[in-house]
Design a protein around this ligand. Structure first.
Ligand SMILES: Nc1ncnc2c1ncn2[C@@H]1O[C@H](COP(=O)(O)OP(=O)(O)OP(=O)(O)O)[C@@H](O)[C@H]1O
Length: 302
């Protein structure tokens, strides 16, 4: 089994503060992997260690088998990082920025690939525009192109869609999904959980610098979240069903009940009939990643 990313017992201290606590994770080649967690969970710290921008206080990190400290150059060549912040030189044009970045990797004749990147990210008509004249979304696209100038097998995106409009988000995801189909490994951090749910094969959830869980998206949904039944009744929910209540608006007779499979609906409706209650509205809701996230972050079942 070859791993694109391999983290073994990685910890990071800032003085007394432990930003990462004994994190071990592996991402297989070709995976689309999400690193999720609330603000301050340690996602960017982890990415900085993988990128070789920050040193782990303990533990080791490898990119495509290369140690990020001992084999820094090979590890750095294997990875493209799209940072959370927009970092650019305001005096360069888009093309110059990408040529410059190519130079860092010793790539002199890279214009064909640069053109392909500009085209795929709809930046061709901005190729000669000065970076400072671009909108935030355009700058974000350049950050993506910049991370890819050396065709890295592993691509890390740190909240690439924060503050990005719907159209760009879709363009970006289509492009990144295409790269993943071509075999690139993708590591993504995002606060848009539906993006992670749609795109990623596996998800790690981080809290307080520690990994709470790592699993495939369907397994996380199966293990940590249940279906729910939304009902509106012409009265108060029977006492026998109160234990199932997840949310209620008693004055309107609206209830959201936990459901361990559709077979239980009949039982619930039967209880309502016994109490002579009419069901005015009834719908089943599928679990989503947000529910899993909220449950895990609030210390619910793992
Ligand atoms: N250079 C630093 N010095 C001191 N503390 C730091 C430093 N960098 C990060 N931290 C702390 O480490 C913790 C993790 O920060 P990090 O930026 O990795 O979180 P994150 O999961 O990326 O959060 P967000 O979702 O807000 O981007 C935070 O409490 C942060 O304040």
């Amino acid at each position: 089994m070859s791993f694109a990313l391999e983290l073994s017992s990685v910890s990071k201290y800032f003085g007394e503060f432990r930003s990462l606590n004994d994190v071990s994770l592996t991402v297989k080649e070709g995976e689309f992997f999400a690193l999720l967690g609330p603000n301050g969970a340690g996602k960017t710290t982890l990415i900085n260690i993988i990128a070789g921008l920050s040193r782990a206080s303990a533990g080791t990190a490898k990119v495509m088998g290369f140690d990020v400290v001992g084999q820094f150059r090979d590890a750095r060549r294997s990875i493209g990082i799209v940072p959370q912040e927009l970092v650019f030189d305001p005096f360069f044009s888009v093309r110059e920025t990408l040529r410059f970045q190519s130079g860092y990797f010793g790539l002199k004749k890279n214009d064909d690939w640069i053109d392909e990147l500009l085209h795929s990210l709809s930046l061709m008509d901005k190729a000669n525009s000065n970076m400072r004249t671009l909108s935030g979304g355009m700058k974000r696209r350049v950050m993506v192109a910049q991370a890819l100038v050396h065709k890295p097998p592993v691509i890390v995106l740190d909240e690439p869609t924060a503050g990005v409009d719907v159209e760009l988000r879709q363009t970006l995801w289509k492009f990144i999904a295409g790269l993943n189909e071509k075999g690139h490994t993708i590591l993504l951090t995002t606060h848009y959980l539906e993006e992670a749910e749609t795109l990623c094969n596996r998800i790690a959830m981080l809290k307080g610098g520690a990994v709470l869980t790592v699993d495939t998206t369907p397994n996380l949904l199966k293990k940590h979240a249940s279906q729910t039944l939304n009902m509106q009744l012409n009265g108060v929910l029977p006492a026998s069903l109160q234990a199932r209540v997840l949310k209620a608006n008693v004055s309107e007779g609206r209830y959201t009940l936990a459901l361990n499979g559709p077979a239980e609906i009949e039982q619930i409706l039967a209880q309502c009939r016994i109490e002579h209650l009419d069901v005015l509205e009834c719908s089943i809701e599928k679990p989503d990643l947000e529910e899993v996230f909220v449950q895990l972050m609030s210390g619910g079942k793992k």
